[in-house]
Design a protein. Structure first.
Length: 659
């Protein structure tokens, strides 16, 4: 029995398969495929790394069962292509080599993914609108009601895909029947308008899913495991809700499903999209747990839950209390694949925390490799299977104790270098100590504290209240200097700008603000500041000179990902934040702002307080004073180019690894 989390690390037997613990790795789709959409060695290494960390089950995600479920612009593995088998075999073998069971997620996009060069099938005839993330706005396509002969062909393809998975060494398949994919489209009373045996009653709308389960069982036999992922509700108020989902799950059990994985939301309902992947605005742990527990009360097969689960103590309590039988982790294992092993050995404070920033979804949405704000190895697992030891031990002086400086210090120390980390203030953390003060950014505080703990446990000499100067470099005689000295607020040449509170000062000094607040600047920082003000009961208005919030320069894509933008706008609307785009501030007065709209008209905006969130510029002068003090010099983080925690941490990791 595990002395730290005895229930979480107890085995779970399903038919003839015994899982070593109750932590499953959620399906993760691969974007770096071959030209024929086949898996490659990077995919193998990524999933092997997850299994290495101690999860009982690791799942290959986004495997499409039929050609009518594929589109050219979204890269997914094709289960119906026999040439995929070699990659499947390698992945299953890699997962099982680490003592985990291998699963494959099977899906069909249905009407969700549509394209110009094919028939776009769905449950019913309709026009569908979809932003496919190509920068060309909304695409509209005619959706064709899937005829019965195609339904039968698709159902058969699920069975053949499962048999292929079994043949290649997978222990189970996960049938995705939620999130707005084909099976849940048929289940939806909003999307399914059919009048035949596949429409109308719940039994009819669920028929295609039951046919899929039956067909997999027919192809794969009685002991091959079938897990089903369902959304316990479709939209916040629209579509099927918990009551119908309970009945749906009963049908799944009756037809031979072995496990039920409870998620939430649908891609077709904007109000519930973020329930599938909660952002940091959603602070609760495991927001599907109550629904999963209710579903479990009506079933006899194991029930698990997925979605915003990160804390081992919470997982332990759920399983101990009988709310669920297992937990499914996605982003938590991206942030730290070793979470299960660390929890198993009581090293919870060494778990790298997920920020719920949804950076990992950004890559997938735009067909880019997976990346993570706090784990710089993810998506590059093949490159960093083994951390190289230094060819020569060096004395490394790091200026700045923000996320970039701390990450560089940790990695340099892990590689055996002598590391001195200097911070001119009396504490580490940098800007993280500022932005973590928002009520919905407590996870950034957790990450800062994690970095500080890791710095304290490594062979790193930390000098607080110490600014790195040319004189200090001369005194210490390091072999390498790394500048991670951050940036400073950009002060735009606006009349009366001194009357505004700089956003850094707003968070750092926490001055009193009035009830009516104007936020100058609609970047991510300004938008989130306005949301925080609204949550505190203030009337908040964002004033942004461009035509979009959080927009990136010279790109049709937003500076954040599509999912982050959904989270941003959802919370702006939810908290009644006013947004004024294409509005240029001309002057800040004692009463507010004088602005100009895109047509050149003057606008007066009244406010008690103005907060300026006009961006960060690198501390170039500090960098330049240090650059010529030594031959081996690097500058990282905001002093190189202001950006995200993700970009700073990855640059720090790479710099330290290259020493």
């Amino acid at each position: 029995m595990n002395k730290y989390f005895p229930n979480l690390f107890s085995p779970m037997k399903v038919k003839k398969t015994t899982f070593k613990n109750r932590i499953f790795g959620s399906p993760t789709g691969m974007k770096e495929l071959t030209d024929l959409n086949h898996n490659n060695v990077k995919n193998v290494d990524f999933l092997k790394r997850r299994a290495q960390g101690g999860a009982a089950m690791v799942c290959l995600g986004d495997v499409v069962v039929h050609e009518t479920g594929c589109v050219d612009w979204s890269y997914k593995v094709k289960a119906y292509d026999v040439r995929s088998e070699a990659g499947f075999y390698d992945i299953a073998g890699a997962i099982r080599s680490q003592g985990a069971h291998a699963s494959m997620e099977l899906l069909h996009a249905g009407m969700h993914f549509h394209d110009d060069n094919r028939i776009n099938y769905g449950p019913s005839d309709m026009i569908d609108e979809f932003d496919q993330g190509d920068g060309n706005g909304i695409h509209r396509h005619q959706i064709i009601e899937m005829p019965k002969n195609v339904i039968e062909e698709v159902v058969d393809s699920y069975g053949k895909a499962a048999l292929r998975a079994k043949h290649c060494g997978f222990d189970s398949v996960l049938v995705h029947a939620g999130h707005g994919w084909l099976l849940s489209q048929f289940l939806s009373p909003v999307l399914n308008h059919r009048t035949d045996e596949f429409g109308g009653s719940l039994e009819n709308r669920a028929r295609i899913t039951m046919m899929v389960i039956d067909k997999i069982r027919e192809y794969c036999g009685p002991n091959f495991l079938i897990e089903a992922r369902i959304s316990w509700k479709e939209g916040m108020t629209e579509g099927y809700q918990l009551e119908e989902s309970i009945e749906y799950c009963k049908m799944l059990e009756e037809h031979g499903a072995d496990m039920i994985q409870v998620s939430c939301g649908s891609l077709h309902f904007h109000d519930s999209t973020l329930l599938s992947t909660p952002s940091w605005f959603d602070v609760d742990e495991g927001h599907n747990i109550r629904a999963a527990a209710e579903i479990k009360n009506h079933l006899h097969i194991p029930v698990g839950t997925v979605g915003a689960i990160t804390e081992p103590a919470v997982m332990e309590k759920w399983i101990k209390d009988g709310m669920v039988d297992y937990v499914v982790l996605a982003r938590a294992l991206i942030a730290d694949p070793d979470l299960p092993k660390k929890a198993m050995h009581g090293k919870v404070d060494e778990i790298r925390p997920c920020l719920r920033c949804i950076a990992c979804l950004t890559g997938g949405y735009y067909n880019l490799p997976l990346h993570c704000s706090v784990n710089p190895q993810i998506g590059r697992d093949s490159d960093y299977k083994f951390m190289p030891l230094p060819t020569e031990k060096k004395k490394v002086l790091i200026a700045g104790g923000g996320p970039a400086g701390m990450e560089a210090a940790i990695i340099a120390a892990d590689r055996g270098h002598e590391v001195i980390l200097c911070e001119k203030k009396g504490f580490l953390g940098g800007l993280m100590r500022i932005i973590e003060k928002e009520s919905f950014k407590k996870r950034i505080q957790s990450y800062r504290e994690y970095l500080e703990r890791m710095v304290a446990r490594k062979a790193i000499e930390v000098r607080l209240n110490t600014e790195v100067t040319p004189e200090l470099v001369e005194e210490l005689m390091p072999d390498v200097v790394i500048a991670a000295v951050g940036g400073h607020p950009i002060i735009p040449p606006i009349k009366g700008i001194e009357k505004a509170i700089q956003i850094v000062d707003f968070y750092d000094r926490e001055p009193e603000v009035g009830e009516n607040v104007l936020v100058l600047g609609g970047g991510f920082a300004g938008a989130e500041c306005a949301i925080g003000l609204a949550l505190a009961g203030k009337k908040a208005t964002i004033v942004e000179m461009s035509g979009a919030l959080a927009s990136g320069p010279n790109t049709p894509y937003p500076g954040t990902g599509a999912m982050q933008m959904d989270a941003l706008w959802t919370n702006i609307e939810k908290n009644h934040v006013e947004v004024r785009l294409n509005t240029r501030c001309m002057e800040i007065t004692d009463e507010g702002m004088i602005c100009q709209d895109k047509d050149g008209n003057q606008i007066t905006l009244k406010a008690d307080t103005v907060i300026a969130a006009t961006g960060i510029a690198p501390n170039e002068e500090t960098v330049e004073t240090l650059r010529d003090t030594i031959i081996d010099f690097a500058w990282i983080g905001d002093c190189y180019e202001p950006g995200l925690i993700r970009t700073a941490v990855r640059q720090a990791y790479d710099t330290a690894l290259n020493l």
